[in-house]
Design a protein around this ligand. Sequence first.
Ligand code: PLP
Length: 391
Amino acid sequence: MPSHSPVARIRNLTPSPTLALDAHVKQLIAQGIDVINLGLGEPDFNTPSHIQQAAVDAMQQGFTHYTATAGIIELRKAVAKKLEAENSIVYKPEEIVIGVGSKQLLYNALMTLIEKGDEVLLPVPTWSTYEEQIKLAGGKSVHVPLKPPFKLTAKDLEKKLSSKTKLILLNSPSNPTGATIDPEELKKIAKLAVKHDLWIVSDEIYEKLLYEGEHISIASVNESVRERTITINGFSKAYAMTGWRIGYAAGPKEIIDGMVNLQTQTTSSTASIAQYAALAALNDSQTELVKMKNAFVKRRELVLSKLSTIKGISFSKPEGAFYVFFSVEKLLNKKYPTSADWAKALLETQLVSVVPGEAFFAPGYIRLSFAAAEDTLKIALQKIAIFSESL
Ligand code: PLP
């Protein structure tokens, strides 16, 4: 009998804490327990119907086969058009790859760029997937600690540079903090990357969910930055398409070729019908996207105004994404000494699920997703107030 123990590579992997929490909550809901789930990072909206219809049409027209591994040419052209029009970066379709969600493309990018021992600068609080994917690629994450309001600066990164630094991982707007990088800092970070000959992976998945300022893609700063940047984006958050598993990456052709090569031997292309749906998302009316964004604007205001009345909770206003990352440090006590205990007790006593900051290397904090209906948010916030006052 062979050992049933997975090899070290897998044993050393920390499972996604948010997905684990979500599985637990879904189990409780299946048992008939009425939990308000503000844990997972996905829009509560259904995919807009014209996008769904595009997938149905594609299926009926026989687009149910393997596609080119890098994705159908029409979609790569549409992505190139979007990146030029909205982000001021010019890419040829062969510099673009479509993949199974931005998560997979991020992994493929790191696998293509990182070698054993390479260091990756990772601003923290951060999404745990980055940490684990860097590990899988054989690299070492070097945390760049940020304090509220969690705005990354070039100086923060500079302090952590070493001779082994290979790559800077950027995520603006950020999961979990909702913070963005200010344009002036973005330019300084770009300069730093050029000076020290570093790669940049820029995860811009929350680009469309921005409530303050304007989104700037770091690759648009100048040609030498574009030459060292992989821009990653997708359809999950902006178009409410988390289940379709589709995203894209753009960058220098040699690196994109490497990522496509990896895809040829792992997943092949993503689903053909998801690609036609994404094509409709980019090419057709953006009215639904605007409606969803407007709903997020209202929800954000609602959550922030309610949270600000709860004693002991403090937060920085998220500039983008659909999370509020608030501190509960003042509410921790002997009974609930950590934010993980706090979140567990909130779930057990008030049936509200949120993610503790430990999942983002930021103990003392809580991530609350406001991707839920306003009435649901009102009830949840009331319950959080009751729980906080009971401590
Ligand atoms: N990047 C960030 C920062 C995220 O928060 C998420 C999902 O939570 C993703 C990427 C993954 O998105 P996708 O569904 O495109 O794989």
